[in-house]
Design a protein around this ligand. Structure first.
Ligand SMILES: [Zn+2]
Length: 388
């Protein structure tokens, strides 16, 4: 092991109580997307204490962080990323408290030797991964310009690198019909709820003919007010996901046709809106990912990818399409537990969770050191990004 790698691992060991406390603090005070006020202040304070120049409130988000270590010199730029938003009602059921603690730990560990090594070290605190697209806003604000490698980790039920993510778009549809007495004069009404149901039926018929791995799932958000009034207004929300950005766009058009067909069939007027942020599919950098895995295994965490390949979506997808990036998963609980569940929240505040976070912090710090110091490494990373 190079001297620097050993040094960043020792730094994480020295900071262990502090990093556990960060993870616990965020866990105990869950804040949902764009409201991560306490979390972002805590992380900013830790980074300031670690010698970073910290900007809290960037890219138009009060809770976004850009921290740069002042010891910069010519060479690559590495960014370590941290998420810290929780989910409504179930708190840190995605383990973002551990992502933040591990990310800050890795950044502070590299900072401890930064004056001895070249390049630029950044920590980017990225709010609102759960549906707000903080990273997309930070990309749009130019915060990833000049970044050669973006590194983060995510707690999971398995340890795996190189897993992708699905491109996603959120759609809201609404139908406007005409109210009338549902029994006395149904012939005078136009039923907006029927149009929503027809849309679901159209989509369900479509399922046989869509590629494996794609997902279309929705809920009815308004279905009328009383059984004896023909629903004048009805609405639904869908997520459309696919392993490729283009196929996601194709499915979006098919969903639009289902809704248009339902409008035509019922006479209701359709409103079709894309809402929230679209996330792009992940393009995990293999060279960075393999290096992270090597370091993680050396820290005692075995590689155990699952057999199935179900995937979610994340705004790290957009980052990985913009600059070389990795979003590896580190196991913190058994794989019969579902993400976004109360059980996963428990794991995010468990001994196994903190041990996983500390190993991830070391592996991220060592990978960042390799990016900054190893001859020819970043060139290979860049080459893969350019040609894949
Ligand atoms: Zn997550």
């Amino acid at each position: 092991m190079s001297d620097w790698r050993a040094k960043v691992c020792e730094a994480v060991d020295r900071m262990e109580p502090r990093l556990r406390d960060v993870g616990k603090d965020l866990f105990d005070h869950p804040e949902v997307k764009f409201e991560e006020v306490q979390a972002s202040k805590r992380l900013a304070a830790e980074l300031t204490e670690g010698g970073f120049d910290v900007e809290l409130g960037v890219a138009g988000m009060e809770t976004a962080i850009r921290a740069v270590h002042p010891a910069t010199s010519e060479g690559p730029t590495v960014a370590i990323l941290g998420e810290y938003d929780a989910l409504p009602d179930i708190g840190h059921a995605c383990g973002h408290n551990l992502i933040a603690a591990g990310g800050v730990g890795a950044a502070l560990a590299v900072a401890s030797i930064k004056s001895e090594i070249p390049g630029t070290l950044l920590f980017l605190g990225t709010p609102a991964e759960e549906g707000g697209g903080g990273k997309v806003l930070m990309i749009d604000a130019g915060l990833f310009e000049g970044v050669d490698a973006a590194i983060m980790f995510h707690p999971s039920t398995n340890t795996m690198v190189g897993r992708g993510s699905l491109a996603i778009t959120e759609v809201k549809i609404a139908f406007h019909g005409k109210p009338s007495h549902a029994s006395g004069s149904p012939e005078k009404g136009i039923n907006a709820l029927d149009a929503v149901i027809q849309t679901f039926n159209g989509i369900n018929a479509l399922r046989q003919h869509i590629k494996d791995g794609a997902r279309i799932h929705g809920i009815i958000t308004h279905g009328g007010v009383k059984p004896n009034i023909v629903p004048e207004y009805a609405s639904a929300e869908f997520y459309v996901r696919a392993p490729e950005n283009d196929y996601r766009d194709e499915l979006l058009e098919k969903l639009r046709k289902c809704a248009e067909g339902a409008a035509l069939a019922t006479g209701a007027r359709l409103e079709f809106n894309l809402v929230g942020h679209s996330y792009r599919a992940m393009k995990p950098n293999k060279i960075l990912g393999e290096r992270f895995l090597e370091h993680l295994v050396a820290c005692g965490v075995p590689h155990n990818p699952p057999k199935d390949r179900s995937m979610g979506s994340t705004d790290m997808g957009d980052v990985s399409q913009t600059v070389p990036g990795i979003h590896p998963y580190v196991q913190i609980c058994e794989d019969d537990i579902a993400g976004h569940s109360r059980e996963f929240a428990e794991a995010s505040d468990s001994e196994r969770g903190y041990v996983g976070m500390l190993a991830a912090a070391k592996a991220m710090a060592m990978t960042a050191v390799d990016v900054l110091t190893e001859e020819g490494f970043i060139e290979r990373v860049r080459q893969e990004f350019g040609v894949t």
